[in-house]
Write a new protein. Structure first.
Length: 115
């Protein structure tokens, strides 16, 4: 995967290298570089991105060839007052619930293929 800058919420987020998808930034030089991914989903705290997620599949990669959930930490870093820490904790609890639901997505897709 090669980084590609993506500006979102006035911050630069790295975007994974993908080939053969709508988010393609050029042809893959090697089959192992091919990655198919769904649309990015941003998990944020207020206007600050915390995580970027996307359903992904790297059919020729060195890891699993099963669909999975790509999760990228967006580099959030700042000093928070006690009230903001509580707000961030609430956001993380909500994001944990969303991530658990997203974790079932690849399994659901595989179940449909196995029928």
């Amino acid at each position: 995967m090669r980084p590609h800058p993506l500006t979102h919420h006035s911050r630069k987020l790295p975007l994974r290298y993908a080939s053969g998808t709508a988010a393609s930034y050029g042809p893959a030089q090697y089959r192992v570089d091919t990655m198919h991914s769904g649309p990015d989903r941003l998990l944020s705290y207020g206007d600050e991105p915390l995580f970027v997620t996307a359903l992904s599949l790297a059919p020729f990669g060195s890891g699993s060839h099963e669909p999975g959930l790509y999760v990228e930490e967006a580099g959030f870093a700042r000093t928070l007052d006690p009230a903001e820490v509580n707000e961030l904790a609430d956001a993380l609890v909500e994001h944990a619930t969303q991530l658990r639901a997203m974790a079932r997505t690849p399994a659901t897709l595989l179940a449909r293929v196995d029928r």
